[in-house]
Design a protein around this ligand. Structure first.
Ligand SMILES: *Cc1c(COP(=O)(O)O)cnc(C)c1O
Length: 410
């Protein structure tokens, strides 16, 4: 028998969502009359249909594929020029990122995991706590960690606690790290980082020759003018950061799949012998070898997000979800809870009532309001004492959730 990658054995057996499913099943079996009333505000998936402009562009692209004259086979591995140029123009013009620094893919989940392939062993890796679990698990798989302790914290990782005290933006570490994962607007806390905070992180990264992985999947949800939309708004970031963006949450592409990674040409790493090497070149090589490009109709659909109609449709989707977030924030405040997030992100992060922990709150919401939320502790030790409500839902469901929270938990 062949030898397996033993690192996979270190993974915690996908604890959060299976445990949620187990508790929901146990509850609905014991209370069959409540089963039909259950409203899910747990998983971070969009609910509203794909914009018309996107569907139209995809239909047209499929028809092109049915015609000898317009048929396209393999496309460029890094993505079609029409999409890379539309992204550069619409998202990064003011910060001077060019189309050839943008790599199209089929998802940010894959990109944030795959990016580790171009980095060698021995890097010190910092991740926030609570965190999007993909960052942790992909490092475990890559062999960048030791074993997990009884709290699920992996040896070898540097955890950066994000709490109400630091407004859910981690303090600059007092040790040297090589790779840092930051996600703003944040999943799960809904927090944003200020310009000053990002300036401090970029300064730290430059001083320590570190690279920041900046996950901006929720950029489109930013409502406040002074919140940075890209790490590249910060001077010097092109020498120390990679940014990940996705069409999943703004365009509703979670089922369609399209995302992109920005690697500035100025960004470098070091080889074993100390030579500086372009990370852009390494990622380009990796992409050409292991990826044959995102599907043509999907890239046409993604480009339609930047059409006049597409922009209006995306704005309406964002307005819908952020309207939900506002209602959810208000009802939690009304029943006396401390509420974070939900202003520039589709997640509302709520402090559990005195004496109730994350899972205790999960059970109360399930049993008393028949609403499924996500316990904060599932995203990391620092998430204990909080729960996350997702604003991805229909308005009718959110209004019903608010009624039930007020009635049963108020
Ligand atoms: C949803 C989400 C993404 C997007 O992932 P895709 O694979 O592009 O769907 C990336 N990062 C975070 C933190 C997310 O919540």
């Amino acid at each position: 028998m062949p030898r397996i990658n033993d690192n996979f054995l270190k993974l915690k057996a996908g604890y959060l969502f299976p445990e949620i499913a187990r508790r929901v099943n146990a509850f609905t079996e014991a209370n069959p009359e409540a089963a039909g009333k259950l409203i899910r505000c747990g998983i971070g998936d969009v609910t509203e249909p794909l914009p018309e402009s996107v569907r139209k562009a995809m239909h047209e692209a499929v028809d092109e594929q049915g015609n000898r004259e317009t048929f396209r086979g393999y496309g460029p591995e890094q993505g079609y020029g029409f999409l890379r140029e539309a992204i550069a123009e619409n998202q990064f013009q003011s910060v001077g990122i060019s189309a050839d620094e943008i790599f199209i893919s089929d998802g940010s989940k894959c990109d944030t995991g795959n990016i580790l392939e171009i980095f060698g062993p021995g890097n010190k890796i910092a991740i926030t706590d609570p965190v999007y679990p993909v960052y942790v698990d992909t490092n475990v798989m890559a062999g960048n960690t030791g074993e997990a302790d009884e709290n699920g914290a992996f040896a070898g990782l540097v955890y950066l606690p994000c709490t109400a005290e630091n407004n859910f933006v981690p303090a600059i570490p007092d040790e040297k790290v090589d790779l840092i994962y930051l996600c703003y607007p944040n999943n799960p806390t809904g927090a944003t980082a200020t310009r000053e905070q990002l300036v401090a992180w970029v300064a730290y990264a430059r001083e320590n020759n570190a690279v920041i992985f900046y996950d901006a999947a929720y950029e489109a949800f930013i409502q406040e003018d002074d919140v940075p939309r890209s790490i590249f708004e910060i001077e010097g970031a092109k020498e120390c950061a990679i940014e990940f963006r996705s069409f999943s949450k703004n365009g509703g592409f979670t089922g369609v799949r399209c995302a992109y990674t920005v690697i500035p040409k100025a960004l470098k790493g070091t080889a074993e012998d100390g030579t500086e090497v372009s990370l852009h070149q390494l990622w380009s090589r990796r992409h050409s070898t292991k990826f044959n490009g995102a599907s043509y109709p999907v890239q046409r659909g993604a480009a339609a997000v930047f059409s006049d109609q597409g922009k209006k449709e995306v704005a309406a989707l964002i307005e819908h979800y952020m309207g939900n977030a506002k209602l959810l924030r208000e009802v939690c405040q009304k029943i006396g809870l401390s509420v974070f997030g939900g202003v520039n992100a589709p997640y509302v992060w709520v402090n559990c009532p005195e004496g109730v922990d994350s899972w205790g709150m999960f059970d109360r919401m399930l049993e008393e309001a028949n609403v499924v939320i996500t316990p904060g502790a599932g995203f990391g030790a620092a998430g204990e004492g909080y729960f996350r409500i997702s604003a991805f839902n229909s308005r009718a469901n959110v209004e019903e959730v608010c009624r039930r929270i007020e009635e049963n938990l108020g």
